[in-house]
Write a protein that binds this ligand. Structure first.
Ligand code: GRG
Length: 294
């Protein structure tokens, strides 16, 4: 994972040069290159490999999902959203720069993500990723991050915050399936599409991604109450202090851990029909998400 994350970091660095206007590019680079586990791009590369492709085929999609993830974090930290001062162990973008710059840096990363994904020059020159796969990937990404996906999750989360009473388990699942799982789903599905997976393979990998997406959030909720801000690189205990509903609040810590174990098992079952050597990275990534410490 570290090796793949290093390749992704190089691609991200090259994708956002320090062009003019400098301040906006500085802000984009500050948030994009300042840490982050790179879970989404690594998932994208791993799914492409399962489908029979290689890293260069999936790199434009890998870079795109990390750019969108970063822009969602920048916007999530804004005073009008979660109002957070700390991100990836450093001041959040609007703190390090200013609010308008942070909004625009997020907007620019969103646009650039689609630009890189759609640009034929981003792909290997041997035609190993035909244009119809790229078009399908663009549509899939748009659906996963727009008002049916990530944005829907954020809206539902904002609506639920401040109501004073906990949301139901169903509502909590809706929030996380959209706010967190949708982009993990896009990461895996885009990798599978550009790698040349069949429709049936794409749907199985989608199910895997949705399981690990929900798992990711359950683990995030558990870490929020069991780790410190220093360990996490973001404000810990925030969910506990606010009226935000989390799995530990609804189910308790022990039942949340059991729920996480069930999701891990379900995710692995989706990989059973594939070549076990090729799915090994996805299997280990599921374990990593389940047992991560930050
Ligand atoms: C996508 C158009 C568009 C708008 C964004 C603000 C917003 C709408 C959505 C918020 C989404 C959000 C912040 C979801 C939380 C996802 C999550 C669990 C983040 C933590 O991910 P990690 O642990 O972080 O992978 P690192 O820093 O390691 O990358």
């Amino acid at each position: 994972m570290l090796q793949k994350a290093a390749i992704v970091n190089r691609a991200l660095d090259e994708a956002v040069p320090l062009d003019r206007p400098e301040r906006i590019h500085e802000a984009m680079r500050y948030s994009l290159l300042g840490g982050g586990k790179r879970v989404r791009p690594v998932l994208c590369l791993a799914a492409c490999e399962v489908a029979g492709g290689w890293d260069a085929c999936a790199m434009p999609a890998a870079v795109a999902v990390e750019m969108i993830h970063t822009m969602s974090l920048i916007h999530d930290d804004l005073p009008c959203m979660d109002d957070d001062d700390l991100r990836r162990g450093r001041p959040s973008c609007h703190r390090a720069f200013d609010e308008p710059t942070a909004v625009l840096a997020g907007d620019a990363l969103l646009a650039l993500a689609f630009g890189r994904l759609a640009d034929p020059a981003s792909y290997p020159a041997d035609g190993s990723v035909p244009p119809d796969r790229v078009v399908r990937a663009v549509g899939e990404l748009s659906r996963c991050v727009g008002a049916e996906g990530l944005v829907a999750g954020q809206v539902a989360d904002l609506e639920a915050t401040g109501l004073g009473n906990p949301v139901s388990l169903d509502k909590l699942e809706f929030i996380h399936l959209h706010k967190t799982a949708a982009l993990l789903e896009a990461s895996v599905v885009l990798g599978a599409i550009v790698g040349g997976a069949s429709d049936d393979q794409i749907e199985r990998l989608r199910k895997y991604a949705r399981c690990i997406g929900l798992l990711f959030q359950v683990v995030d909720d558990i870490l929020d109450v069991t780790k410190s801000s220093e360990e996490l690189g973001k404000t810990a205990g925030k969910d506990l202090a606010s009226d935000k509903t989390t799995y530990p609040k609804l189910l308790g810590l022990e039942k949340s851990r059991e729920f996480a174990e069930g999701l891990l098992k379900d995710s692995k079952e989706q990989l059973s029909g594939f070549d076990p050597i090729k799915t090994a990275p996805l299997l280990h990534l599921a374990n990593y998400i389940a047992y991560r410490q930050k």
